[in-house]
Design a protein around this ligand. Structure first.
Ligand SMILES: CC(C)(COP(=O)(O)OP(=O)(O)OC[C@H]1O[C@@H](n2cnc3c(N)ncnc32)[C@H](O)[C@@H]1OP(=O)(O)O)[C@@H](O)C(=O)NCCC(=O)NCCS
Length: 190
């Protein structure tokens, strides 16, 4: 299910929507790979530093839909997929952390930023995690991802730690910032 709203940017009205993916049309997969490619080239790819090529991206996203612990959420601008995020549940053996989930690999293509799609995507993932009974949502970002830091801190994520050797990009070691958010009403752990 996706709820569509509209947003006026400049003089133009745009439709914005976010949905959970269960399968891809060829057109949707093409648009998703295009968006991922553009985000990676821009420097904010989800782990990738260099674009891995269209075939690898297609295999990657088809694979995500097959992983039982992962749910893929898609953002659309005027009906076209321009970004995604993943809700990752803990594996079944991790009983001690069965109340926590992780938001990973969130991105919006550079050509679709500033419309409020990442905020909607994040809130949709939170809603899905909450509906599944999770009480804590974890996430982490590179310290260079300033837009993401503003996004998550604006949505109430609590910064709890800094990883000094989180990522390597262009031969440089980059720190990572770790966040969590309590999902249930009143921010309590039941
Ligand atoms: C971070 C990212 C997802 C934001 O996407 P977006 O759709 O443009 O974000 P939104 O339009 O929903 O903006 C929501 C909030 O994010 C923050 N934000 C977004 N872009 C920003 C920017 N360029 N600079 C500072 N803050 C920014 C703001 O707080 C904004 O709220 P506001 O509009 O009320 O000021 C996008 O820039 C991106 O894909 N970056 C590269 C990948 C990445 O960092 N992913 C997240 C970590 S895995």
């Amino acid at each position: 299910m996706s709820a569509t709203t509209s947003s006026v940017v400049g003089n133009l009205q745009h439709s914005l929507s976010v949905e959970r993916a269960s399968e891809f049309t060829e057109e949707d997969l093409h648009a998703l790979c295009e968006a991922a490619d553009a985000a990676i080239i821009d420097g904010g790819g989800f782990g990738w530093v260099n674009p891995p090529g269209r075939m690898a991206l297609e295999r990657y996203f088809r694979g995500v839909l097959l992983v039982p612990e992962r749910e893929l959420f898609l953002a659309r601008l005027d009906g076209i997929i321009v970004g995604s995020a993943q809700l990752v549940r803990p594996p079944r053996n991790n009983e001690a952390q069965a109340f926590t989930a992780t938001l990973m690999h969130s991105f919006i293509a550079p050509y679709a930023r500033g419309f409020g799609l990442a905020r909607r995507l994040t809130l949709r993932v939170e809603e899905a995690a909450r509906a599944l009974g999770y009480q804590v949502l974890n996430l982490d970002v590179r310290e260079t991802q300033e837009a993401a830091i503003a996004l998550y801190e604006g949505l109430g994520y609590i910064r709890w730690g800094v990883h000094p050797a989180y990522a390597r990009v262009g031969g440089r070691t980059i720190r990572g910032i770790h966040y969590f958010k309590l999902l249930q009403p009143g921010g309590r752990i039941a």
